[in-house]
Ligand binder design. Structure first.
Ligand SMILES: Cc1cc2nc3c(=O)[nH]c(=O)nc-3n(C[C@H](O)[C@H](O)[C@H](O)COP(=O)(O)OP(=O)(O)OC[C@H]3O[C@@H](n4cnc5c(N)ncnc54)[C@H](O)[C@@H]3O)c2cc1C
Length: 605
């Protein structure tokens, strides 16, 4: 099987031509992040992905995780890649060197992680959750918590997890019942049962640090009474050595559709009354703290889905260029006409171009968000920082909800391009679809992302974040409008932006009116049309650069690449935005049928 896991030309295009990541090196914080270094990092990451992570993808799926005597055994094929990944400093590429990171921009981390996820998204769940736990410690930990845990977590020597979900508390985190009782020494005794915990127990690391949501005795009901605790699987002594097991017991792992190489664990905490944790942050402020990790985790899930979509697209593209089947439609009744590569069939081309525009648009969006985070870190202007924070806040549900929906659609096309071979396990397409499917569910289902977008993000500062975003899009439209040949495409995107603005205004009002239920019935379609408009923005911005290169300095080798950028936005504006516009009409009609239909009228009885 050909190992093509990233479109290096396109990754470089987004990083250095569209986002200009190397310009960050003018800031003290990123002074070592010059273009040469950044390119080297991407090359090194790609080598690791191709040589070590990718071969373990299928093996990890077939092996799965084993649950024996309360212990979880990770796939054997993950051991060497984990060691190399950890030793290579990939767990915390963007974190402070002081705590075991590499001090690189977040945008570069996303580019490297896209490649790692394309190679083996299941494997990546171990280091990515670990990194997320580290961010919580970094942000909310006391000096003691940091010195005991942070370096070991950021370097991946110890694993990290996120313990929210319980049987009765999935989307509704406020319903958790795990309890915490304060001890005389300031620690808390934790008791409860968590389910579906990714990497909750395994043998890739000597210890696992759990970030656990629980309720302190007497805390207010709901989300206002939730606190966050650090609960090690094995206690850590004051001198940093490992102590006794901490009464965190895995009671089983799930048998599931995909991501077989990562265990989804049921964990019992304090069954013997001996599970101790330390408070992270303040009592009853746990959910706000966890949201910091969850927001990062949501972007991480977007990267995971992008990785799956990238791999699915590149495998399908490669296959379509090699597989010969059927004759050209143009060969008429000529029985002797040769069979052609399936990339020559219009329907296959339609699917490949659909995959291309989403993969490339999503790549641009994700790296753009990475750049917004980096700009926040280096800017010394408070208004500018607020602008970037606003963009990240607003776009996080898009980067999780919309991106994972579309990535899954890409993986679905990936199977179709392979025909029957897409459905069987000799080729990667079916595993990519199975592995990708979870991204629509965890870190808040996509339904919850849509509610967050309509109910919270859209109305923030009286809609300012949203209108600021439209302002950013308009800047690109203006540039495109000034480029000979791109005016029509710019006008197409502008039309969609105007309609989105109108749709948002009407939906925002409806969401706080007696018709709120009707409005929220269209929250998910609204997230989708917003995502479509953002894709058209990202693709138009690519086309502006490509057009300039084609008119000025594109080398012969680069011409097809740049022409492809223009064709992508052409396809999106001409073939996808009209459908988006129709979807906006359907949102504006805000049919009451969804809310009005009686439960019993759904049938099925
Ligand atoms: C493989 C896997 C790994 C996971 N890893 C972790 C982990 O590491 N840590 C962790 O804490 N959890 C983890 N989870 C749990 C995951 O986050 C939850 O499954 C998810 O949040 C949904 O909760 P639920 O399964 O209880 O579904 P429910 O909350 O019961 O939702 C069922 C359906 O109802 C919808 N719904 C529910 N409430 C609302 C609402 N208010 N408005 C609109 N729609 C609603 C949902 O969108 C969904 O479609 C994992 C789950 C899986 C399957």
């Amino acid at each position: 099987m050909t190992q093509i896991l990233t479109d290096r030309r396109d990754v470089d295009f987004v990083l250095f031509e569209q986002m200009k990541v190397d310009k960050l090196s003018k800031h003290e914080r990123f002074k070592i992040a010059n273009k040469k270094t950044l390119k080297l990092i991407i090359s090194e990451g790609r080598n690791l992905a191709i040589n070590e992570l990718f071969p373990a993808h299928v093996a990890g799926d077939r092996e799965g995780c084993k649950f024996e005597n309360g212990k979880v055994i990770a796939p054997e094929s993950f051991r060497k890649p984990y060691k190399l990944f950890q030793e290579g400093g990939w767990v915390s590429l963007a974190e402070d060197i002081e705590w075991g990171g590499q001090g690189m921009p977040v945008a570069i981390t996303y580019a490297a992680n896209e490649c790692f996820n394309a190679a083996n998204c299941t494997f990546m769940m171990y280091p990515e959750l670990t990194h997320g736990a580290g961010k919580l410690i970094e942000k909310f930990g006391t000096d003691k918590q940091k010195s005991l845990y942070l370096k070991n977590v950021f370097t991946g020597k110890w694993g990290g997890t996120m313990l929210l979900t319980e049987q009765e508390a999935g989307s509704d985190v406020g319903a958790i019942s795990t309890s915490a009782v304060k001890n005389y020494d300031g620690t808390y005794s934790i008791t409860g049962n968590k389910i579906f915990i990714s990497s909750g127990e395994h043998d890739l690391t000597e210890n696992i640090i759990h970030a656990v949501l629980a309720r302190v005795e007497g805390a207010p009901a709901g989300t206002k009474g939730i606190s966050l605790f650090l609960v090690p699987r094995i206690r850590v002594n004051d001198d940093g050595t490992l102590g006794e097991p901490n009464d965190v017991v895995c009671t089983g792992i799930e048998d599931k559709m995909g991501i077989h190489g990562n265990p989804s664990c049921s964990l019992s905490l304090g069954d013997k009354g001996n599970c101790k944790g330390t408070l992270l942050g303040k009592e009853n402020k746990g959910l706000q703290a966890m949201f910091i990790m969850m927001n990062e985790a949501r972007l991480t899930v977007g990267v995971q889905a992008l990785g799956c979509a990238t791999a699915s697209y590149l495998h399908a593209l490669n296959y379509a260029r090699e597989r010969r089947q059927g004759k050209s439609l143009m060969s008429g009744k000529d029985q002797n006409a040769p069979s052609i590569q399936i990339i020559g069939h219009p329907d296959v081309r339609r699917q490949l171009l659909t995959m291309k525009v989403y993969v490339e648009g999503i790549r641009s969006l994700i790296y753009y968000l990475g750049m917004c985070i980096d700009q926040m870190h280096v800017s010394d202007n408070e208004d500018e920082k607020a602008k970037y924070q606003g963009l990240v806040d607003l776009l996080t549900p898009v980067a999780k909800g919309y991106v994972t929906d579309k990535a899954f659609e890409v993986c679905n096309h990936g199977i179709q391009v392979f025909g029957g071979y897409g459905y069987i396990k000799d080729y990667p397409a079916e595993q990519l679809l199975r592995d990708c499917r979870i991204t629509l569910i965890y870190e808040g289902t996509n339904g919850i992302q849509a509610i967050d977008f309509l109910g919270r993000k859209l109305g923030m500062n009286k809609g300012k974040l949203f209108y600021d975003l439209l302002g950013e899009i308009k800047k690109t439209i203006t540039k495109a409008g000034q480029a000979a040949g791109l005016e029509g495409l710019a006008a197409g995107v502008e039309k969609a932006v105007e309609k989105l603005k109108k749709t948002a205004g009407i939906l925002m009002k409806a969401a706080v009116s007696p018709k709120a239920l009707n409005a929220f019935a269209f929250a998910h379609p609204f997230l989708e049309v917003t995502g479509d408009v953002i894709m058209s923005w990202m693709l138009l911005s690519r086309a502006v650069i490509a057009d300039d290169r084609l008119k000025t300095k594109a080398g012969k080798k680069d011409i097809p690449f740049y022409e492809g950028q223009i064709k992508s936005v052409e396809f999106f504006v001409e073939s996808i935005l009209p459908v988006t516009s129709g979807k906006m009409d359907s949102i504006l009609a805000m049919s009451a049928s969804i809310v009005d239909i009686q439960d019993s009228s759904f049938g099925g009885k």
